[in-house]
Design a protein around this ligand. Structure first.
Ligand SMILES: CC(C)(COP(=O)(O)OP(=O)(O)OC[C@H]1O[C@@H](n2cnc3c(N)ncnc32)[C@H](O)[C@@H]1OP(=O)(O)O)[C@@H](O)C(=O)NCCC(=O)NCCS
Length: 172
């Protein structure tokens, strides 16, 4: 995947250039670090980020700020509905938030996966930033957002908050 220079859509905190590319296995540790430092995301085993970068690189994206990893989106196309991109995690390092990086990653990712017409993600009700991000993305695409229950507290073995499914589309 070729890199693209970001034109900030939000209030720029600084003007460091931002580029986007597919992550590689060598980036897996940085994805884990960004997830950990977000202090919001579930931090999964470092192994899972390495595995993701090996097997789902083409449906994931890394943002580099000044040549250093500063944000990522991990996703996969659903095996039974390959026109649906399921976004697993999105994070941007605190210093780089508010510049439109997360939204640009979603735009780039959707545009480069052939035949994707729907985006799905799950969000807990207390994550205003995530709800705002995906709503803004949908608005920009003139797409509908449908919310439904997916994983309730009863599904989780560890008192995890419910994860509501957001389905966004069609993305033409
Ligand atoms: C959510 C997150 C990825 C947003 O990254 P970001 O690069 O700052 O987001 P963007 O600048 O692209 O924002 C795009 C839109 O999202 C919404 N948004 C972003 N941050 C927001 C916040 N804190 N509260 C409400 N809406 C927010 C806004 O609508 C924004 O558009 P605007 O700036 O034109 O108003 C970042 O805050 C983060 O890493 N949070 C911790 C991890 C997390 O919660 N990830 C999401 C769950 S998987």
């Amino acid at each position: 995947m070729s890199s693209a220079l970001l034109t900030p859509t939000g209030p720029a905190t600084h003007s460091s250039p931002v580029t986007f590319r597919e992550p590689t296995v060598d980036d897996g540790g940085e994805l884990w670090r960004i997830a950990r430092d977000s202090e919001t995301l579930d931090v999964n085993a470092s192994y899972s980020y390495l595995l993701w970068c090996r097997d789902f690189a083409s449906t994931s994206i890394l943002a580099e700020v000044d040549g250093r990893p500063g944000g990522f989106v991990t996703g996969y196309t659903r095996p039974e509905t390959p026109d649906t991109l399921m976004v697993w995690q999105v994070a941007v390092d605190d210093d780089h938030r508010g510049r439109g990086i997360a939204r640009s990653m979603l735009e780039e990712l959707v545009d480069r996966i052939p035949d994707v017409r729907w985006l799905e993600t799950t969000i807990t009700d207390d994550n205003a930033a995530s709800i705002g991000l995906f709503t803004k993305f949908a608005d920009g695409r003139d797409a509908e957002v449908t919310r439904s229950e997916l994983f309730t507290t009863d599904h989780f073995p560890d008192n995890h908050d419910p994860e509501r499914l957001y389905r966004i589309g069609r993305l033409d």
